[in-house]
Design a protein around this ligand. Sequence first.
Ligand SMILES: Cc1cc2nc3c(=O)[nH]c(=O)nc-3n(C[C@H](O)[C@H](O)[C@H](O)COP(=O)(O)OP(=O)(O)OC[C@H]3O[C@@H](n4cnc5c(N)ncnc54)[C@H](O)[C@@H]3O)c2cc1C
Length: 265
Amino acid sequence: SFAFTEPSGPDAPHKQTYATVAGTDLKITGQKSFVTGGAHASFYAALVNVEGDDEGDSGPAMVIIDKDSPGLEIAREFRSMEGGDHVELKFNGVIVPMRNVIGSIGEGMPRAMGNIGEERLQVSALACGMGLWTVEHITERLMQGHRSGSRLADREGVRLRYADLRIELYAARSALYRTARLAEVAESVEEIMNEATATKVFCTEMIGHVVDTAIQLAGGQSLIQGEPLEKLYRRARSLRFTGGASDILRLSIARGKFDFGAGRL
Ligand SMILES: Cc1cc2nc3c(=O)[nH]c(=O)nc-3n(C[C@H](O)[C@H](O)[C@H](O)COP(=O)(O)OP(=O)(O)OC[C@H]3O[C@@H](n4cnc5c(N)ncnc54)[C@H](O)[C@@H]3O)c2cc1C
């Protein structure tokens, strides 16, 4: 499982997970939260900040940590609303051999983000797939009869909201296909990182709005537990966090331009 996110909230430690060098080992202290599938994993790939001495290497590193390592504790198991199961991990001076560092010390961020471009595209595609299903579903619902005697599909106000769903979905799918085409011809995923990031923000916000509007048009019964739109609503919500919270991704797009004069969109 991937252990990247630090705990948040008032009780969260102020210092991020860190490691000190002890001979040929690292000694890791800290906490990670939201480690998906962590209860069933046999090891964790964790981002830690290595505090080297003056001569030693220092900086972020991705480290493989065996689940059975002494000092490693699953402090909490929890579920999120879309059904995912996660754990909070505590590292109480966990000793890990230096050979468990993926790549080199200092390369933690690029290593952790190695697949993030693909992941952002996958999440975007998932959001678009959910959007297609939702629009098809609500189309059928609106064309069915309604207790008022006429179909909801015949009301102009409903048609306006409905058209917005189709427009938003079309725009999101267009962005997704364009970014996927760019990814296909790119040498590396870094080349299309801004496009993948923008697409992820747009598609995941699109599906949040599309499912929310579909629920409003379908009526309160669509919120009954077990109803498909109720499930999709919970699932859609988590997508604006997985692979990066929307506003953090916005900041990274802006930082690329303002601070590094790089990145295209
Ligand atoms: C279903 C699910 C599965 C997940 N799986 C994993 C996993 O397997 N491994 C893992 O490591 N993590 C996982 N996460 C955690 C996820 O990566 C984080 O939720 C996400 O990165 C945001 O971090 P955070 O929750 O700590 O929010 P915070 O960093 O506390 O941010 C909260 C909000 O504050 C605002 N904010 C924060 N910083 C800034 C800033 N600098 N400028 C402006 N606004 C800001 C944003 O609006 C942001 O949404 C998962 C999350 C979910 C919901």
